[in-house]
Design a protein around this ligand. Structure first.
Ligand SMILES: [Zn+2]
Length: 460
């Protein structure tokens, strides 16, 4: 079925003040090209700060925090405090999302990526999903609650980062040097988790992202004195590196399970067809079930959740067609299961490579962040808010094989749950890609979701 076959809600059907405000904010911030290299994040932060000010938030509760990144670019983050009456006697809840986007080249898109375009029941544009969806839905919810005179029983804090898609330096600053502004009992991330729709647009499940794998990249190098290619020898950097890579290819890291992935497999099994669904159920019950594991290992998206993975992604070697190579280097990218040390993975690669001359360099500084223990209060509130719109769908804990701002929050000691109000069909998933889009009714549904969630978590 094509999208045009659905009933197509239009944004003009949503006439309440907060709905129209949301649309106006969404349209404006999508028009700001807040990608790396354009220096536009401060403009976006200031625009949002003005919206909060106009809605009655005190100047002293709105903080635009300019920051110069290590590459020299000027960016900013934004923190807004929604002061409560403290009747709950609890630490604040921090709500995060990111203002920057992956760049989009207008010439590659069918529609201008920096104009919000509504067509066939969808909003198109860069950031409609990642993550101006999160920015708009959180901002509008604060404005709506303020207009309604809502006073939270504990402080609510918004923190919008400015470089999530690149270095996450603003995230680190918010989690550490600006901690007095952001300190919270836990963090709700509007850039992760969320719901899935089936092909026909029916909600099937909602994910709570409570852990992220660690991202680490290694460069593997074999060196050799080289020589004339007319006189080949048995030692050769390219052949040796090729053997190393074949050994790494053949090695499979051991399967692992934690509270989050166990819950994920158990609950996802119910909405997944056999044989994969059956293998999920068996693996959740018994992580040593080799037969179940063998089935999951055939599905890349499930395999990535059962173990650490490492894969060769780049190669460079040799310097002339008539010379023996003096070096051969491969880039190997690993996604490491939470709790496994980066150095242990590196040592394992060295062992598996079985070549003592191999040099391994770790690129950048990999950051391992812990999984967040599942939080009953958050799970219950999310379940209630989701079920109000989509009764009975499973609410599933999830470990992401990719990274978000959440890892820095977790590393700084604040448990973090990715629970964005998005619902999406697999075939509409174009984050970072061309023609990024979100269904119109999903956008407005997310406004109700955040409103229900926050009035539940911070209501009387
Ligand atoms: Zn994102």
């Amino acid at each position: 079925m094509c999208p045009a076959a659905y009933a197509q809600p239009k944004s003009s059907d949503y006439t309440a003040d907060y709905q129209q405000t949301a649309l106006e904010i969404y349209r404006h911030i999508i028009s700001i090209r807040s990608a790396e290299g354009h220096g536009n994040v401060p403009e976006l932060a200031n625009y949002l700060a003005d919206r909060f000010r106009d809605a009655g938030f005190d100047d002293g509760d709105i903080h635009v925090l300019p920051q110069t990144l290590s590459n020299g670019e000027e960016t900013a983050s934004l923190v807004v405090h929604y002061e409560g009456n403290d009747s709950a006697g609890r630490e604040p809840i921090l709500l995060i999302a990111h203002m920057d986007v992956v760049d989009a080249l207008p010439e590659d898109w069918e529609r201008d990526p920096f104009t919000l375009i509504e067509e066939d029941g969808y909003f198109f544009g860069r950031g409609t999903l990642d993550d101006k969806f999160g920015i708009t839905t959180l901002t509008t919810t604060f404005l709506r609650l303020k207009a309604d005179g809502f006073v939270p029983s504990r402080d609510l804090i918004i923190a919008f980062t400015g470089d999530e898609e690149t270095g996450m330096e603003t995230t680190q600053a918010l989690a550490n040097e600006y901690r007095e502004l952001t300190d919270a009992e836990y963090v709700l991330n509007a850039d992760g988790g969320g719901g899935f729709l089936d092909h026909d647009g029916n909600a099937i499940a909602f994910m709570i992202q409570a852990a992220e794998k660690t991202y680490a990249t290694f460069e593997l190098t074999i060196r050799n004195p080289g020589g004339h290619s007319s006189l080949p020898r048995t030692d050769n950097a390219i052949y040796e590196l090729a053997s190393v890579l074949k050994n790494i290819e053949a090695y499979v890291f051991p399967a692992q399970i934690n509270e989050i992935t166990q819950g994920y497999f158990e609950k996802t099994s119910v909405v997944t067809a056999a044989p994969v669904g059956d293998a999920m159920r068996r693996f959740a019950a018994n992580p040593d079930d080799e037969e179940a594991l063998a089935i999951l290992s055939q599905v890349p998206s499930q395999n990535s959740i059962t173990r650490t993975t490492c894969v060769a992604t780049m190669l460079r070697a040799g310097h002339a067609e008539n010379a023996l190579p003096q070096s051969a280097t491969a880039t190997v990218n690993c996604r490491i299961f939470p709790g496994v040390a980066v150095d242990d993975v590196r040592a394992k690669l060295m062992e598996v490579a079985a070549n003592e001359a191999l040099e391994i360099e770790t690129l950048d500084i990999p950051l391992a962040s812990p999984a967040s223990p599942l939080n009953e209060e958050v799970t219950a509130a999310v379940t209630k808010a989701v079920h109000k719109q989509h009764p009975d769908i499973p609410i599933i804990p999830y470990m992401a094989p990719y990274g978000t701002d959440g890892k820095h929050m977790r590393l700084a000691g604040m448990p973090t749950y990715g629970i964005m109000g998005l619902f999406i069909r697999e075939e509409d998933e174009f984050a970072h890609g061309l023609n990024e889009r979100v269904q119109v009714d999903v956008f407005f549904g997310a406004l109700e979701y955040w409103h229900d969630l926050l009035t539940d978590l911070a209501g009387d």
